[in-house]
Design a protein around this ligand. Structure first.
Ligand code: AMP
Length: 396
C-alpha cells in the first residue's frame, strides 16, 4: 500500500472545478437538526483552500442510510446552510447529485464558489460503484479531491469510481491520516509500540498479523487479552474468549519471539462476577481468575507496566480500549493508557473508534499527535490493506 499520494495542494486550481468527496455524515437530533458539526468543521481547510486558489468546489457526501430514493429527513440541506455560515458565503444546494439540473448548476458555478450535491445514497448506484453513475458525477468537475477518510475502505462511486474519469487527489484530512498512520507503520521513530484492546481477538487478527511484522512491542489489553492468556495456559474464569483462535495465537506468539517482537499481556486484572456497571471490581492475577468471574479491565500493576512501556516508545499506535471503559469501575486501564500517551515523548497515533471516544471524554485529544477520524478505515489501514478510496488516488 502506497501511503504517499498527490494532494490538493499540488494542483493548479484556478478556474478549475473540483468534485470534493466530504464526510458530512453528521449526527442529527430528533428534529432533524445537526447535533454535532465536527465533521463539517473538519472539512473546511480543504474547501477553503480550493476556493482561495480560485477553484470552485462541488461538494458531495452521504448522510445516514437512505433506502435508495429521496428522503427529506436525510437531505443535506442543513449541511449546506451550516457550511455557508462557516465560509461566509452561500453554498448552493443542488436538488440531486446527478441529472440535467445539477449539471447546469455545476457549469454555472464561478471561481471561489461552492455548491453541495444532494445525498449520494439517494441513488443505489453510489454504493454499487456503478460506472455510469460515477462517470456522471465526474462529468461535473475537472478534478476529484477525496477527503472523506471514514469511507475510503469502501469502493463506492464517489469514493473510488470517479477516479477512473478524473485526476484524483487527497484533501488535507486524508493527507494527515496517511502521514500519521502510514508514517507510523512504514517509517516510525523506534521503538514502535502498538497497544491493542477491544472486545474480540477475531476483529483484530488482521491488525495483529500486520503489526507483528512492524512493531517492536505489542501491549495487549481488553477482552482480547484473555484468549492470549488462555492460550498460554492461564485460568480465565468466564472472561471473553475466542476458543477457535487459540491455535492462531500460539503460532503468533512463536512468530513474535522468533522476530524479537515483545508481546506483553496483562499480569493482573479487575474482574467481576457479572457484566454490569454496578459490578464490584475484584483485583486478581490475570492468569488465575476464579471460576464464575470475568476480567473486565487491566489491573494496577499492568497499568503501571503499560504506562512505562509507552513512556519508552518512539511511536505509539493505539486501537481498542483496555477494558469495559463504558463502566466507570472498569475504565481505569483505558484512562491510564490515554494519560500515558498524552504525557509521553513519542509520536502518538490513536486509531479510531472507542479509543478516540475515551481520549475525547478525558479531554486529552489535544495532547495526541494524531487522532484518526475513521474507525473502520483506520483499522483497515493498520491491517496494511489496500483501501479502494486510497489506492485510486494519484501516487506522489
Ligand atoms: P472493539 O470495538 O473491538 O474495539 O471493542 C470495544 C468494546 O470492547 C468496548 O465496548 C468495551 O466495552 C469492550 N471490552 C473491552 N474490554 C473488555 C473485556 N475485558 N470484556 C468484555 N468486553 C470488553
Amino acid at each position: 500500500m502506497n501511503y504517499n499520494k498527490k494532494t490538493v495542494a499540488g494542483i493548479p486550481l484556478k478556474g478549475k472545478k473540483a468534485l470534493v468527496r466530504c464526510d458530512f455524515n453528521v449526527p442529527l437530533d430528533k428534529n432533524g437538526a445537526i447535533a454535532d458539526d465536527t465533521r463539517i468543521a473538519a472539512a473546511l481547510p480543504t474547501i477553503r483552500y480550493i476556493l482561495e486558489q480560485g477553484g470552485a468546489a462541488i461538494l458531495c457526501s452521504h448522510l445516514g442510510r437512505p433506502k435508495g430514493g429521496f428522503e427529506p429527513e436525510l437531505s443535506l440541506k442543513p449541511v449546506a446552510k451550516r457550511l455557508g455560515e462557516y465560509l461566509g458565503k452561500e453554498v448552493a444546494m443542488a436538488p440531486d447529485c446527478v441529472g440535467p439540473a445539477v449539471s447546469a448548476m455545476a457549469s454555472a458555478l464561478k471561481p471561489g464558489e461552492a455548491m453541495l450535491l444532494e445525498n449520494l445514497r439517494f441513488h443505489k448506484e453510489e454504493e454499487k460503484n456503478d460506472p455510469a453513475f460515477a462517470k456522471e458525477l465526474a462529468s461535473l468537475a475537472d478534478v476529484f479531491v477525496s477527503d472523506a477518510f471514514g469511507t475510503v475502505h469502501r469502493a463506492h462511486a464517489s469514493t473510488a469510481g470517479v477516479a477512473a474519469y478524473l485526476p484524483a487527489y487527497c484533501g488535507f484530512l486524508i493527507e494527515a491520516e496517511l502521514k500519521a498512520i502510514g508514517g507510523a507503520l512504514e517509517n516510525p521513530r523506534r521503538p514502535l509500540l502498538a497497544v491493542l484492546g477491544g472486545a474480540k481477538v477475531s476483529d483484530k487478527l488482521a491488525v495483529l498479523d500486520n503489526l507483528i511484522d512492524k512493531a517492536d512491542v505489542l501491549l495487549i489489553g481488553g477482552g482480547m487479552a484473555f484468549t492470549f492468556i488462555k492460550a498460554m495456559g492461564g485460568r480465565i474464569g468466564k472472561s471473553l474468549v475466542d476458543e477457535d483462535k487459540i491455535p492462531y495465537i500460539i503460532d503468533m506468539m512463536v512468530k513474535a519471539s522468533s522476530k524479537d517482537v515483545e508481546i506483553i499481556l496483562p499480569s493482573d486484572v479487575l474482574a467481576a462476577s457479572e457484566f454490569s456497571a454496578g459490578a464490584e471490581p475484584v483485583a486478581c492475577e490475570a492468569d488465575n481468575i476464579p471460576d464464575g468471574m470475568m476480567g473486565l479491565d487491566i489491573g494496577e500493576k499492568t497499568r503501571e507496566t503499560f504506562a512505562e512501556e509507552i513512556k519508552r516508545a518512539g511511536t505509539i499506535i493505539w486501537n481498542g480500549p483496555m477494558g469495559v471503559f463504558e463502566f466507570d469501575a472498569f475504565s481505569k486501564g483505558t484512562e491510564a493508557v490515554a494519560r500515558a500517551m498524552a504525557e509521553c515523548r513519542g509520536v502518538t497515533v490513536i486509531g479510531g473508534g472507542d479509543s478516540v471516544a475515551a481520549v475525547t471524554k478525558l479531554g486529552l485529544a489535544g495532547s495526541m499527535d494524531h487522532i484518526s477520524t475513521g474507525g473502520g478505515a483506520s483499522l483497515e489501514l493498520m491491517e496494511g490493506k489496500e483501501l479502494p478510496g486510497i489506492a485510486c488516488l494519484l501516487d506522489a
